[in-house]
Design a binder for this molecule. Structure first.
Ligand code: TRP
Length: 450
């Protein structure tokens, strides 16, 4: 087995973890939630959720990973030998595997749209809705693109922590930020930009209901990639000098900034074209936006071309850095519990995950009638992972760090053995012991009842 390496620089740490957090959810979910749920009022609530729930849970995951320097399953097994808490580690790795299997398929779609934009085929499309559904329900094209995407992820992971994850994050994340700035500028210069911004930002506190608050919390949790073993795995490569609290705050800030800026890209553009319906999720990025590119840039085809290529490149980069962290969670486990090399371990994960991915992809087409509890395979995986296991895991992580771990151990980790001050330590412990588990419990029940 190779010796375990840490990330080589502070920037590498922040960019890798931010890469995990910044994903498709920032672009296709957050902006619509903001627009529909009270604009700036929603953003305010979201920020509170990130600070009061997201950051403390992230710190907790970081400290488990950094303290044990092991993959998520071994980390829990080491901190709580012989007890039921170990299941939390298993849940983390399992859920990462499950999510990766469908994340590659969706990411494959973004790759397809990028290729279509580059070749100009997207601009020539007549009916975007029909085009989208005929692509995703095709028996093998989405699988082909999913495989290419998985191969890209695989190449990074097989190279290891420093020359793979860290090196690529240091290139991809700055590139992603540059693309965002360019796209925001493009979008702001479009004719209806003001109305789009108005839709996004006008604070409307009357829309804020319990449901909206819960959905802000769920979104914060998902967007920060919490409770999936990923941040815990990355933290196991943090060196002794990494400041956990500061890193968690920085990562959350970057993630939130990207989410808000995505809104600045999407809504001015969408509102510049009259009569376009605003969808959420895949519909927003694969149907609404191509429509917008098509119509808004009718007279300026070159600008439309650049806008759409950059936009899908942005999505692809966001997806890739998230997929890397999911992959690494599973690979680290396989690597550290068997005697095979990193290359073999990552190949094993890529191939087995892809097999599951094929089933997910088919569930949009030939297998769409095959349902379990009324859900297709894709919907089932998504529901199990991002609704059930993610939230339950979040509760367990807080209880574990708050009640089971030795308080001194927790203090030593978050303060780097007393060398960096953390004045809010007691408040942090209070939050993870009582407040957050209760809140997540409420979100969980609410999601199940929906
Ligand atoms: N945070 C990612 C997004 O915003 C999605 C996600 C959730 C994720 N959990 C994850 C990504 C774990 C990587 C690892 O889209």
């Amino acid at each position: 087995m190779e010796t375990r390496k840490n990330f080589g620089s502070r920037l590498g740490v922040v960019l890798a973890a931010a890469g995990s957090a910044v994903g498709l959810g920032n672009v296709w979910r957050f902006p619509t939630e903001v627009g529909n749920n009270g604009g700036a009022a929603f953003i305010l609530i979201y920020l509170l959720c990130v600070l009061l729930i997201g950051v403390p849970v992230m710190i907790s995951e970081f400290l488990i990973g950094r303290h044990t320097h092991a993959n998520t399953i071994s980390a829990y097994a080491r901190l709580a030998p012989g007890s039921w808490w170990r299941i939390e580690g298993v849940a983390g790795v399992f859920v990462a595997f499950l999510i990766l299997s469908y994340y590659v398929i969706i990411s494959g779609w973004t790759l397809y749209y990028l290729v279509q934009s580059c070749t100009g085929a997207l601009a020539a499309e007549q009916d975007f809705k029909a085009g989208f559904s005929s692509f995703v329900s095709h028996p093998w094209w989405p699988v082909v693109y999913g495989c290419i995407f998985m191969a890209m992820t695989h190449v990074v992971i097989a190279r290891g922590v420093q020359s793979g994850i860290e090196r690529f994050s240091k290139v991809m994340m700055p590139l992603l930020l540059v693309i965002i700035v360019v796209l925001v500028a493009c979008s702001f210069s479009m004719p209806g930009a003001r109305e789009g911004l108005h839709f996004l930002l006008k604070p409307d506190f009357s829309k804020v209901s319990t449901r909206v608050m819960l959905s802000a919390m769920g979104q914060a949790f998902f967007s920060l990639s919490l409770a999936m073993g990923c941040l815990c795995t990355y933290a196991s490569y943090f060196g002794p000098e990494t400041r956990l609290v500061r890193t968690a705050v920085n990562v959350s800030l970057i993630d939130t900034m990207v989410a808000i800026l995505s809104g600045f890209i999407i809504f001015p553009a969408v509102f510049s074209v009259a009569g376009v319906q605003v969808d959420e999720g895949p519909g927003l990025v694969f149907i609404t936006l191509p429509n917008v590119f098509h119509m808004a840039f009718h007279s300026l085809p070159l600008l439309g071309y650049v806008f759409s290529v950059l936009f899908y490149l942005l999505l692809l980069l966001a997806a890739l850095t998230s997929a890397m962290s999911l992959h690494e969670s599973v690979t680290a486990y396989v690597l550290e519990t068997t005697h095979i090399s990193r290359r073999q371990a990552s190949a094993l994960v890529s191939v087995s995950c892809m097999l599951l991915g094929v089933a997910c992809s088919l569930s949009f087409g030939p297998w769409s009638d095959f349902k379990v509890f009324g859900l297709t395979i894709f919907e089932l995986f998504d529901f199990a992972a991002s609704k059930v296991i993610m939230l339950l895991s979040g509760i367990v992580i807080c209880l574990f760090v708050g009640w089971r771990l030795d308080r001194q151990l927790v203090y030593d980790e978050v303060t780097n053995y007393g060398t960096v001050p953390f004045r809010l330590f007691r408040f942090y412990v209070f939050l993870i012991r009582y407040v957050i588990p209760v809140i997540i419990g409420v979100i969980f029940v609410n999601e199940l009842l929906r």
